[in-house]
Write a new protein. Structure first.
Length: 283
């Protein structure tokens, strides 16, 4: 039976993908950040009638990561991650470091451990839960987006490096989906240890500047990538935003530093105007 290790399975995409992969007959090891989530996810698996192995696996904890050396993992989904919101001008250094520790350093360190057994077998698959934020960047998401840009670089390099060992690498790139993740990003300022009077922005007045989609396409695409039914390297959802992403990437080549100077950027204004958790209108 194919063994799949999924990190960040306590909530969000990882939670649902773990359960659905188990329903499809895979041997799933669901890694969760804290011990309390072990019980919660195990109970959810029982309710859905699936067999699921739940392990405490905080990707920032070396002791937790080392446990994976004894697991014969065929497929790794690096899904665990956090989103730290706030302007590049305001975000405290400690928060920036933690963003990178959780989203970059921890997953890479875990990948290095899991890869050793894959290399011995001359087969395996590493999937990174990236983001469209790894391709383009929004205001107030510089920390999170930069961590996903790093994951894009790491995945691309690794893909080239491990081909000779028969190991596949892919990314899943969700856009704005309504799971609570994006809205929590715009609440992290509430625990900053800084002087609020020194901030450029009043974060109580802004929100995630996009309408958000139902997450079902991400579940389906991620499962397709893990199971091998989808074999493309980069997998953006929802597909309807792919053209827009390409336009934004191309626009940078002709953008001038003086464009819009002295004016509030459109997405900054939208962050003031939109309400948290605004869904995309159907039709």
């Amino acid at each position: 039976m194919t063994t799949v290790l999924i990190t960040g399975a306590g909530t969000g995409f990882g939670h649902e993908v773990s359960l659905r992969m188990a329903e499809k007959g895979f041997d799933v090891i669901a890694g969760v950040e804290i011990a309390a989530q072990v019980f919660t996810l195990s109970q959810e698996a029982k309710k859905r009638g699936v067999s699921l192995r739940v392990e405490k696996l905080d990707v920032t904890c070396d002791g937790d990561r080392q446990k994976a050396a004894d697991w014969d993992v065929d497929i790794l989904l690096n899904n665990a991650g956090i989103s730290e919101g706030g302007s590049v001008a305001d975000i405290p250094a400690d928060n920036l470091r933690w963003q990178y520790e959780v989203n970059i350093v921890g997953p890479v360190a875990l990948t290095q451990i899991v890869l050793r057994n894959m290399v011995k077998k001359k087969k395996g698959k590493i999937v990174f839960m990236s983001s469209v934020a790894g391709l383009t960047t929004d205001p107030f998401a510089g920390a999170y987006s930069s961590s996903k840009h790093a994951i894009e670089a790491i995945a691309s390099a690794l893909s080239q490096e491990v081909k000779e060992f028969g190991i596949e690498v892919a990314t899943v790139n969700p856009g704005p989906f309504l799971t609570g993740f994006n809205d929590r990003m715009f609440e992290t300022w509430e625990s900053w240890e800084d002087d609020p009077s020194e901030r450029l922005f009043d974060y109580s007045k802004i929100a995630f500047p996009h309408e958000q989609y139902d997450p079902e396409p991400v579940f389906e695409t991620t499962i397709g990538v893990l199971s091998g039914e989808i074999q493309t390297y980069r997998n953006v959802e929802p597909k309807e935003i792919i053209a827009e992403q390409r336009e934004q990437l191309n626009a940078v080549w002709t953008q001038k530093v003086t464009d819009g100077l002295g004016e509030r950027a459109p997405l900054v204004q939208k962050a003031y105007d939109i309400k948290p958790g605004t869904p995309v209108k159907e039709g």
